[in-house]
Design a protein around this ligand. Structure first.
Ligand code: SF4
Ligand code: ZN
Length: 309
């Protein structure tokens, strides 16, 4: 397989096209696509302070690496935020790898943990609560910490490593579960409610597939210590992912088509949603659409498991 641009050996055939690219041209293609996503969706402004949520996985590390390439010579500030969920065998509580990586890029790293913020590790919680899948807690808790810390740090954009695969899975999940409201707040830029208590979230890798991100990570030496969370195999998302991978294999372009038809419908979807008033959670004060935020609802649930009789 030859590169369509220079005839060197190609490393990847682009999804949904006849183009194959060598290492050099693939890197150029990749960064260009990220830059275009950022521009088209007005993700990052000249004076922004961007918090990059990094998990130590290939998506978020790639995101940090590319954003650093794109913005290191500008006024845009990058800061990395990492969270220790407290998952045995997955998260290194000392963030050695993440630390090293940020040092190499000369980017400040802030670390947080569920234990410190909520009093329990995710493992401690899911050990007691066998009915709820870990990701339910994890997603809500992570969002809460990221939003709170971003506000404290003066971060006005939060970038996450979500890719096309993640997004197409989430779109299908919402469809399958008739979760229209959740769909209406998705997209490349979320949290667009103009409220000073919500930090806007951006997904610069939105139009790149998992495979493209993995290839980029591998080619640029980002991949070495990546392990997957043991909980990733549980639950609904894993089933949707497997089905979608199988389908995309047989009908290439499926994931991309799911995302682009979703984006075509999104404005209509948004406009038919009732405008929500943003309130303050009566327990923690965080911005919430309900009287008590989802994190506090879950924390209350956690407490019921830890009451001693
Ligand atoms: Fe948390 Fe689930 Fe992701 Fe593991 S797979 S880090 S439990 S959200
Ligand atoms: Zn709350």
């Amino acid at each position: 397989m030859q590169c369509s641009q220079c005839h060197a050996n190609a490393v990847l055939k682009l999804p949904n096209s006849a183009v194959s690219l060598c290492r050099k041209h693939f890197n150029i293609y990749f960064e260009k696509k990220v830059r275009k996503t950022i521009r088209v969706y007005h993700m990052i402004g000249k004076q922004d302070k961007v918090g990059v949520a990094i998990s130590g996985g290939k998506d978020s590390m790639t995101l940090l690496y590319v954003l650093n390439n794109l913005f290191k010579r500008t006024k845009v500030k990058l800061i990395a935020l990492a969270i220790d969920e407290g998952i045995k065998g997955y998260r290194d509580p000392e963030f050695r790898f993440v630390n090293e990586f940020c040092k190499k890029l000369d980017i400040e790293l802030k670390t947080y943990s569920y234990k410190k913020e909520f009093g329990k590790t995710l493992d401690e919680i899911t050990e007691k609560d066998k009915e709820t899948i870990p990701c339910t807690y994890c997603g809500v808790f992570r969002r809460k910490i990221l939003n709170e810390k971003a506000l404290e740090l003066g971060v006005n954009k939060l970038a996450t490593g979500h890719n096309l695969d993640d997004e197409s899975q989430a779109i299908l999940m919402n469809q399958f579960r008739k979760n229209v409201r959740a769909s209406a707040i998705m997209g490349p830029v979320t949290g667009v409610v103009d409220d000073p208590k919500f930090v806007r979230r951006i997904k610069p890798l939105y139009f790149l597939t998992e495979k493209e991100v993995a290839t980029f990570a591998f080619l640029n030496g980002i991949l070495d210590k990546f392990v997957e969370c043991p909980n990733a195999e549980l639950g609904y998302r894993a089933s949707v992912r497997d089905m979608l991978n199988d389908f995309d294999e047989r009908y290439p372009g499926t994931k991309y088509n799911i995302v682009s038809s979703f984006l075509a419908m999104l404005p209509a979807l948004k406009s038919q949603q009732p405008k929500e008033k943003i309130k303050s959670c009566s327990l923690c004060g965080a911005a919430s659409s309900k009287d008590v935020c989802q994190a506090c609802v879950l924390l209350n649930r956690v407490n019921t498991f830890f009451v001693h009789h």
